[in-house]
Design a binder for this molecule. Structure first.
Ligand code: ZN
Length: 498
């Protein structure tokens, strides 16, 4: 039977819609079970080996940038699906174990998944460390063997399809030179090396934490939370502050009929805000369970950025450009809104904070830790997924690279659990780089209070309408010009002396 590309696209879109809606219903607490197996079963033909090979041949032979790009996005969709199908029993077993295992720091059981929250709210450093030890033991004994089986199967699949490695496969599928990106990330690490402690240590001190060198990984969730900043970020202002911010940009959240704001309280609702996009741009969910605090605001604004990007995507674009493509683009808009919570003007004008300095300085330190962590993660993942990886050495490599970048003794136990599938770390890094460029342009054109300018909103909407037709580098070249790299971000985080 002849391969019908348009039929493939149509079914791929239906699959994306059903999967996304199923996740929404489950995570929003509207349905107790997450029933994705029947969806995968119904659409399994989309992810057959033969389909991946066929799409790869078509992509290689395609004429014209547009058709080539669409086929590459579709190929990544098919390959992600194939990997997902081939490792679904390990994924299901891991999810089941993560949801049911408990660890005991010495005073009674704590659910495995609740460890970071427990650490964030635990003032006692030794109990935070005991939680960490318990979690690492569970990883080594129960979870890592499953992670490892899934990893080795994914690596084998890449080789069976003719790629030298998983890294080579995703460099091609994403159209990202991962080695070049890793070199840029290393340059970023060097550029921020000297100022790192000077930026982070004062914030550690403010939050009652030991300095770098003494800080443990178990302390990070507590530091990131910034408990003393809770009054700056009250739960009852959370949704209103996002709505006010969008209103300042000329966007009336309440009247966006394609955006469903779900802030109802439900017993099994995810405590973390998320967005779900069954139909772009026609059916977008923004789901929240407001608790307040710096982290909650950061997450809601991040997800709000995704929501507005997708909700303003041109409905006339092809499925690939509305639903697939380079996620560095949507991450850049998520980071753009997320960054507002460290913007001094925004803190003053939108939250009425008298002294925005502690919140701004804390979030800047948080971000520097995060970006340095992802720079190290990318270097590590290139080794892990390279063609000569010796898996036995990888826990040590992971620990060394993360410890080196963060100056926090980093346990090797999460060498598999801390890996984002398909090099998503590259999307975050490129998203951060692109976000600094958006923000620079918005400031230049509309002033430091760009977030209160309907003209800035107008400009953003015109960029958002592109969906993910272009990748991050192409979109930057087409809108603002210039190369996508970390120099602007490094200069912003660590302004040159003098
Ligand atoms: Zn995101």
């Amino acid at each position: 039977m002849a391969f019908d590309l348009n039929e493939y696209r149509r079914r791929a879109e239906r699959f994306s819609e059903e999967l996304s809606r199923e996740y929404y219903l489950h995570l929003a607490g509207r349905r107790p079970e997450l029933e994705i197996e029947p969806i995968y079963d119904e659409y399994a033909d989309l992810f057959a080996n033969a389909q991946v090979e066929r799409l790869r041949r078509l992509a290689a032979a395609a004429r014209g940038d547009d058709e080539k790009r669409r086929l590459r996005y579709l190929l990544q969709f098919a390959f992600d699906g194939l990997l997902g199908l081939e490792t679904r029993s390990e994924s299901a077993e891991l999810a089941g174990l993560e949801a049911s295992l408990e660890i005991d720091p010495g005073d009674g059981p704590v659910p495995y998944r609740a460890v970071p929250i427990e650490q964030a709210y635990e003032p006692e450093p030794d109990r935070r460390a005991a939680l960490e030890e318990g979690r690492n033991a569970v990883l080594v004994e129960r979870l890592n063997p499953l992670h490892r089986v899934a990893l080795e199967r994914a690596h084998a699949l890449c080789r069976a399809l003719g790629w030298p490695s998983y890294a080579a496969a995703y460099a091609e599928l994403r159209g990202i030179d991962l080695e070049a990106l890793a070199r840029q990330a290393t340059t970023f690490l060097e550029a921020t090396e000297e100022a790192y402690a000077a930026i982070v240590d004062p914030q550690l001190q403010r939050t009652g934490m030991p300095p770098l060198g003494e800080l443990r990984r178990a302390d990070l969730p507590r530091f990131f939370r910034g408990a003393d900043l809770d009054p700056v970020f009250p739960a009852d202002r959370l949704v209103a502050s996002l709505a006010d911010t969008l209103a300042g940009l000329g966007i009336d959240l309440g009247r966006q009929i394609n955006v469903h704001l779900d802030d109802e309280s439900r017993r099994t609702k995810s405590s973390r805000a998320f967005c779900s996009t069954p139909r772009v741009p026609d059916e977008i969910y923004l789901v929240i369970a407001p608790t307040g605090g710096r982290d909650d605001y950061g997450t809601l604004f991040h997800e709000g950025g995704h929501v507005e990007h997708y909700a303003n995507t041109d409905p006339g674009l092809a499925f690939e450009y509305r639903h697939l493509g380079d996620n560095s683009v949507t991450e850049s808009f998520a980071f753009l809104l997320e960054h507002l919570i460290e913007d001094r003007d925004w803190l003053r004008h939108r939250l009425g904070v008298e002294d925005p300095e502690p919140a701004a300085a804390h979030t800047r330190a948080f971000k520097l830790v995060l970006v340095r962590r992802y720079a190290a993660k990318l270097a590590y993942e290139l080794e892990l997924h390279g063609d000569s990886a010796a898996l036995a050495e990888m826990p040590g490599r992971y620990a060394d690279l993360l410890t080196g970048a963060l100056r926090i003794p980093w346990p090797g136990a999460s060498w598999l659990a801390d890996v984002d599938g398909g090099f998503y770390a590259a999307c975050y890094l490129r998203g951060w780089a692109l976000e600094t460029r958006w923000r620079g342009a918005l400031r230049d054109r509309f002033g430091p209070r760009w977030f209160a300018s309907p003209e800035a909103g107008e400009w953003l909407r015109s960029v958002w309408s592109n969906g993910q037709r272009l990748d991050a580098a192409e979109l930057l070249a087409e809108t603002l010009g210039g190369e996508l790299d970390f120099t602007v971000m490094a200069t912003e985080l660590v302004p040159p002396a003098g």
